[in-house]
Structures are given as C-alpha cells and as structure tokens.
Design a protein around this ligand. Structure first.
Ligand code: PMP
Length: 400
C-alpha cells in the first residue's frame, strides 16, 4: 500500500553530517552541524551538567512518574526568570505563562499551534534568511509564512531599511519571528538602537513578536546581554512569545529541553492561555520528559552550580570568538582576496561566509570540508589545528 511513497530529500542541515560520515578522508571537517566542539573536536558535556546528574541519581526521593502536561513547575519558573530577568515586572505580576517543551523546536511548534487556534492573524513574518526549520514549523501549524528582508549580501550586515519597510507594510497584528540573539544562519544581529526601532514599529502596528532564543549566553558569553532584545519588548508591557532552548547553552542537545513563555497583559489572561496550551500539548505528546528539565532546574536554582555554569558558558563563547579571530588572521596572512571582517563582526555559533554554492561544492570536493550550501560554517566545529586547512580551502575557492 505504500509502493507509491516517494523518497523524501535529506534535511539540508542534517544531510551535511550524513555526507561527512561517508567521507573516508582523514582531513575531513564537519562545519555543518550547530553543535559545540572542544579544541580537540569532541562534543562537550558541561561539568555542571555532570554534577547535576550526580545529584539527581543520588536523590532516592526522585521517581519517574509523569510530569504535568506543562512540565516541571520549578523549571518553568526558572526559565522565565532566566530570559526575562529575576526582577521582571511581567513575572512579578504573573503575566507570564511558561510551559516546558521539547527544546527550541518543540517550543516554537507549541506556540505556533496555539496561535493557529487562538489568534486572529494567521500570517507570520520570518527573516530572510532564517533557520531552515522555521518555515516548516509555522506552515505545518497552519499559519501563512511570509518573509521580511534581513540580510544584506553586499554589506554582509543587517538590511535595517528593508526590514523596517517589510514589517511596516505587514498587516496589522501579523506575527513576527525574531532571533533573540546570534541570528542563524547569518550571525548578524541588530544593534540596541536598531532593536529599539524594530520594537517601536512592531508596537505601533500591533504586530506580535515571537522570539526564538536558541543561543542565550552563547553569543556574547553573558546571559543578560543576550536577553536584552527580549527584555526590551517585555518592558513595554505588550504581548510577546518566547521559545527557549537549552540545547546550546547547557549542551543538552539530545535531552530536548526548552520552554515556551507567553507574556500576556493580565494575570487572568495568562492563566487562561495556559489552560489552552494544555489542550495543545496533551494530544501531541501528553507531557514532556523529566530528565533534561531536572538537570536544568538543579543548575538554575543552586547558586554555586549557576555560577559555574556561567563560567563554562563564557568559555564556550570565548573559544568561538577566538576561532573567528584566528580564521580572520589566517585569511589575511594568505592575502585571500575580499573583505573578511564580517567573520569577526558576526556573532554566535555561525559565520555566514559569503561563499557561494559553487565554492562550497569545490571546498567539499577538494578539501573534504562540509557545510550547508549557503556558505554557513559552524565556528564551534573549528580548532586552532583545523583553521589552516579551512583557510587554505577558502583561499583556493575564491582564487580558482
Ligand atoms: N532556533 C534556532 C535559530 C536554532 O538555530 C535552533 C537549533 N539549531 C533551534 C531553534 C532549535 O534547536 P533545538 O530544537 O535543538 O533546541
């Protein structure tokens, strides 16, 4: 009965790793996947995560019962505090409802499903370009996806004029997806002044901001700094959606731990919204997994573990920043044609190199370097040892 099922294409991002795994070359390099690696190229489990897991294992009072539909209560409270700030008036006024979801992706999807059921505007604007999954998540939830201009290939920076024009002509009430920090794939973020311009436009047109916060602390190394865009929007008292992921900043990729927060205008609305979120979640996966959320809440509520986490997070962010400098210096040393300053200007896990599909194909074929075809490279996948190889490849790609 399934004889007519067509073979689906590989996911464009995860497909890069599949191709990499098949390559027998000893010098191969995977810069496709957005996961942190150490200087030795190994995945990293944070020390605080190991400590939290030890505490959890040794606590005999812990059981494996189901969590409530909305997840672990402590985790939800602490997650809202982490993104909004402990002294946020929205938290103090009980204007926020937070539900534990399956990492960033699940949080976006639950938010999207809620909007499709309960919001009068069904159009969402996502940046061009954006993380490849965004369009699919919102389309499958039943929303109409449109794009707004974001990246300017000429300056390799933000097209603020185009962004303001496109959001300015969006229908009133439209939803706007914003990357809280470390925009993926471009690594280009608005400045604080530009965020303020965007905020004013969004509020004046009654657009609904939906923040995707997948890299808090990972961009600048400071959790507060990377939450500034979100806090600016919450401070004005308007509504706001936030999808949080702990994949990157706690290295909990496979634990699938994240949260959706919806900031409402009154505590009563927030509690009604929560009641409806339960109706979205229950038939989807019933309730979320317990382990990852327990790790996160153990770390967030313990002063020492929290402090140690911020240091480990800063070390990851700093290593990425060092990789940017080293790659930039290596290209300068080779006198590679072009202005490569965007490598040190862009932030977060990725550099949007500006290399075209043909150059990417060349680098994969000749140098066994794997990346998405849009020229995005994961800085976290680099080390001092592999940078010369990458710089040689880029140099050859732009000069041959
Ligand atoms: N949003 C963005 C912008 C991302 O880059 C990612 C991860 N690549 C996610 C959301 C979701 O990741 P996860 O579901 O693993 O938390």
């Amino acid at each position: 009965v399934f004889a007519n099922v067509l073979r689906a294409p590989e996911d464009p991002i995860l497909g890069v790793t599949i191709a990499y795994n098949k390559d027998p070359s000893p010098v191969k390099l995977n810069l496709g996947v957005g996961a942190y690696r150490t200087e030795e190229g190994k995945p990293l489990v944070l020390n605080v995560v190991r400590q939290a897991e030890k505490l959890l294992v040794n606590d005999r009072s812990r059981v494996k019962e189901y969590l409530p539909i909305v997840g672990l209560a402590d985790f939800n409270k602490l997650s809202a505090k982490l993104i909004l700030g402990a002294d946020s008036p929205a938290i103090l006024g009980n204007l926020v409802t937070t539900v534990q979801c399956l990492s960033g992706t699940g949080s976006l999807r639950v938010g999207a499903e809620f909007l499709a059921r309960h919001y009068y505007q069904r159009t969402i604007y996502i940046p061009n370009p954006t993380w490849g999954n965004h369009g699919k998540i919102f389309t499958l939830a039943g929303l109409t996806v449109k794009t707004y201009r974001y990246y300017d290939p000429v300056t390799r920076g933000l097209n603020i004029q185009g962004l303001l024009e496109d959001l300015g002509s969006a229908p009133s009430g439209a939803i706007v997806l914003l990357h809280a920090c470390a925009h993926n794939p471009t690594g280009v973020d608005p400045t604080l002044e530009q965020w303020e311009q965007i905020r004013r436009l969004i509020r004046s047109k009654s657009l609904l901001p939906f923040f995707d916060s997948a890299y808090q602390g990972f961009a600048s190394g400071s959790l507060d700094e990377d939450a500034r865009s979100v806090r600016m929007f919450v401070a004005d008292g308007g509504e706001c959606f936030i999808a949080q992921s702990y994949a990157k900043n706690m290295g909990l990729y496979g634990e699938r731990v994240g949260a959706l927060s919806i900031v409402c205008r009154t505590a009563d609305v927030a509690s009604r919204v929560e009641s409806q979120l339960k109706l979205v979640i229950r038939p989807m996966y019933s309730n979320p997994p317990i382990h990852g959320a327990s790790i996160v809440s153990t770390i967030l509520k313990d002063r020492n573990l929290y402090q140690e986490w911020t240091l480990e997070l800063k070390a990851m962010a700093d290593r990425i920043i060092t990789m940017r400098k080293q790659l930039f210096d290596a290209l300068r040393a080779r006198e590679t044609p072009g202005d490569w300053s965007h490598i040190i200007k862009q932030i977060g896990m990725f550099t949007f190199t500006g290399l075209n599909t043909k150059q990417v194909t060349f680098m994969t074929r000749e140098y066994h370097i794997y990346m998405t075809s849009d020229g995005r490279i994961s800085m976290a996948g680099l080390s001092s040892r592999t940078i010369p190889h990458l710089a040689d490849a880029i140099h050859a790609a732009v000069t041959t």
